[in-house]
Design a binder for this molecule. Structure first.
Ligand code: HEM
Length: 148
């Protein structure tokens, strides 16, 4: 077989195809959404479940959720994360403003929730670059959530 005019042995062919396979695999990963990369809706559901388990374990955060329908809330949070991770979901970010209005959320509380979220992503083996990308998007929602 000739590649760019060079004769390649059968062994070189195998190596070339091996490398090409790896390159295609890498390109496919780059083109994939984070939603697809991490296993779709079931992964997000388990991530959100673990996230709220830790939020409710915090004495500063749990009082905010005492009268909240957690099943409904987790459903909305799944939609948000599916949207942030470029999955097949839509989420109007203005909803974040309405939902948190009147809760008097400080910068510190926002930071605590963000830290819990970051740990949850790390516990779910989300890669550091992807954690950073997700956390940057979450940080950009602070204006809608924090009362200044
Ligand atoms: C990392 C930042 C946060 C994100 C991404 C976030 C996300 C969300 C989402 C998606 C909802 C559902 C919105 C809807 O119903 O459409 C929600 C509701 C809620 N969030 Fe947050 N949140 C954040 C920070 C906080 C903080 C710091 C607190 C309080 C300590 C908080 C307390 C609540 C409560 C109590 C609700 C339910 C409101 C209700 O149903 O009446 N959130 N949040």
């Amino acid at each position: 077989m000739s590649l760019y005019g060079r004769k390649l042995s059968r062994r070189s062919d195998t190596i070339c195809i091996g490398i090409l396979g790896k390159v295609i695999e890498k390109l496919h990963t780059l083109a994939m959404s984070l939603f697809e990369k991490y296993g779709g809706i079931s992964t997000i559901q388990s991530l959100v479940r673990d996230f709220y388990q830790d939020v409710l374990a915090s004495p500063t955060l749990s009082p905010f959720f005492s009268n909240i329908n957690m099943q409904a809330l987790m459903g909305h949070q799944v939609d948000l994360f599916c949207f942030i991770m470029s999955g097949p979901c839509s989420f109007n970010l203005e909803r974040l403003r309405t939902a948190h209005m009147g809760l008097k959320i400080s910068e510190e509380l926002f930071a605590e929730v963000a830290t819990v979220l970051q740990s949850t992503l790390e516990d779910h083996q989300v890669e550091p670059d992807d954690v950073q990308q997700i956390m940057e998007t979450v940080a950009s929602t602070a204006d809608l959530i924090v009362r200044r």
